[in-house]
Design a protein around this ligand. Structure first.
Ligand SMILES: C=CC1=C(C)c2cc3[nH]c(cc4nc(cc5[nH]c(cc1n2)c(C)c5CCC(=O)O)C(CCC(=O)O)=C4C)c(C)c3C=C
Ligand SMILES: [Fe+2]
Ligand SMILES: [Fe+2]
Length: 340
C-alpha cells in the first residue's frame, strides 16, 4: 500500500489506536449455590500456580474429596454475603473500573476481568483489541505479589496473546505493596472508618490472605511484602499495627500467625476491642465479609473480647480511585502524556 492510497478491499480494518487498561481480580462464583461454587472451585483449585501439588496426586483429591464436600459448605458462606448486585468481589471490581472510566482521557478504555470465571481475561482482551487497543496495561489488583495471584493473572493474559496474530503491546502493573500512594490510601481509609466507630480499638490488626509457608522458602515475596506494607502503614499512622494470615486451606503449614488464633488469643489475654483491616484484598469478598466480619467477630467475642470492627477494603471508595489513578497513570507513561 502506498502513502495516501486507500487500503485494498481485502485489507483488515485498521481502527483508531487506543490504549486499554484491564483491571484483573481473582474471580467468584456466578451464584451462591453448590453447582456454581463447584464450577468455580474446580477451575480455581486446578490452577497449578495455586495448588503446587503434582496433578497426578492433587486431581484425585480435588475431584474425590474437595469438590464433593466443599461447594455446599462454601455456598452456604457465600449466601451470607451475596447481595442484590451479586458477589461483592464482582461488583466492587466492576465499580472500580467504572469509576476509572474517564480518568485517563477518551483514548484510554478501562475494563475489568476475572482470572477464574467471568468476565474472562481472553474475552475482555479480545474486546479491547476489537475496540482498537494496540497497547494494554494489565492491572492485577493485588498489592503484594504472589505466584498464586499476580503471576497466574499475567499467565492467563500471555496465554490469550498466544492465540493472536496481531498482538497488542502489553505492560503489567508491578506489585504496589510499598508505594506511598497505597500506604496513603490505606491510612486515609482506616482513619476514616476508625473515626466512625463508637469505640477506640486497643489493637489494629492487618489480616492478609495466607499462603502455604513453603512458598516463602521457594522464593515467593508475598510474606515479606505483607510485612513491609504493615511496617510502612504503622509508621504512617503513628501506631502499632499487628499482622496475621487468614483463610487457611488444606493440611500443609501456612504462614503464621493465623488470624483466627490471633483473635482468640488477644481476647483471652484481655484485649477488649479490636479493629481488623485487610490490606491485601483490594475488594471485599467472601474472605473479608464472612470469614472476618462474621466468623472473626464471633471468635473474638466467645473468647471474651467486647468490641470488634471490620474495616472495609478499599473497594471503589475515593481513596482507592486516587490510588489507582496514580499507579495507572505512572504505568501509562510513554504511551500517554499524563502526569501521575
Ligand atoms: C491453596 C489454596 C489457596 C491459595 C494458595 C490462595 C491464595 C490467595 N487467595 C487470595 C484471594 C482470595 N481467595 C478467595 C477465596 C478462596 N481462596 C481459596 C484458596 C486459596 N487461596 C479458596 C478455596 C477460596 C474460595 C472460597 C472457599 O471455598 O473458601 C477470595 C474470595 C473470592 C470470592 O468469591 O469472594 C479472594 C479474594 C489471595 C490474595 C491469595 C494469595 C495471596
Ligand atoms: Fe484464596
Ligand atoms: Fe475462606
Amino acid at each position: 500500500m502506498t502513502a495516501g492510497s486507500a487500503p485494498p478491499r481485502d485489507h483488515p480494518d485498521v481502527l483508531p489506536r487506543r490504549i486499554g487498561v484491564l483491571i484483573v481480580n481473582l474471580g467468584t462464583p456466578d451464584a451462591p449455590d453448590a453447582r456454581a461454587v463447584k464450577r468455580y472451585l474446580k477451575e480455581f483449585l486446578s490452577d497449578r500456580r495455586v495448588v503446587e501439588i503434582p496433578p497426578a496426586i492433587w486431581q484425585p483429591i480435588l475431584r474425590g474429596v474437595i469438590l464433593t464436600t466443599r461447594p455446599k459448605k462454601s455456598a452456604h458462606a457465600y449466601a451470607k454475603v451475596w447481595t442484590e448486585r451479586g458477589s461483592p468481589l464482582a461488583f466492587h471490581t466492576h465499580d472500580t473500573a467504572a469509576a476509572l472510566k474517564d480518568a485517563f482521557g477518551p483514548d484510554v478504555l478501562v475494563d475489568w476481568a476475572m482470572r477464574y470465571g467471568y468476565p474472562s481475561i481472553p474475552s475482555r482482551l479480545a474486546a479491547m483489541k476489537a475496540a482498537g487497543c494496540d497497547r494494554i496495561l494489565i492491572a492485577p489488583l493485588y498489592p503484594q505479589y504472589s505466584a498464586a495471584t499476580t503471576a497466574t493473572a499475567n499467565d492467563a493474559v500471555f496465554r490469550a496473546l498466544g492465540d493472536m496474530r496481531w498482538q497488542p503491546a502489553v505492560r503489567t502493573l508491578p506489585p504496589y505493596h510499598d508505594d506511598p500512594a497505597y500506604i496513603a490510601a490505606l491510612k486515609a481509609s482506616a482513619e476514616r472508618h476508625l473515626a466512625a466507630l463508637d469505640f477506640a480499638p486497643d489493637v489494629l490488626l492487618a489480616s492478609f490472605h495466607g499462603m502455604p509457608e513453603r512458598t516463602l522458602h521457594l522464593g515467593d515475596p508475598y510474606f515479606c511484602q505483607a510485612q513491609k506494607t504493615v511496617r510502612l502503614l504503622s509508621e504512617a499512622m503513628g501506631r502499632e499495627v499487628a499482622i496475621s494470615f487468614q483463610s487457611r486451606f488444606g493440611r500443609a503449614k501456612w504462614l503464621e500467625p493465623a488470624t483466627d488464633t490471633t483473635l482468640a488469643r488477644m481476647a483471652s489475654e484481655g484485649v477488649r476491642s479490636v479493629a481488623v483491616m485487610m490490606p491485601g484484598f483490594s475488594a471485599d469478598c467472601l474472605e473479608t465479609l464472612e470469614e472476618i466480619a462474621l466468623q472473626g467477630a464471633e471468635t473474638f467475642h466467645v473468647n471474651g473480647g467486647k468490641n470488634f470492627a471490620c474495616i472495609p477494603c478499599l473497594n471503589a471508595d475515593s481513596e482507592a480511585i486516587i490510588l489507582y489513578e496514580s499507579l495507572i497513570s505512572r504505568e501509562l507513561q510513554g504511551w500517554l502524556n499524563v502526569t501521575p
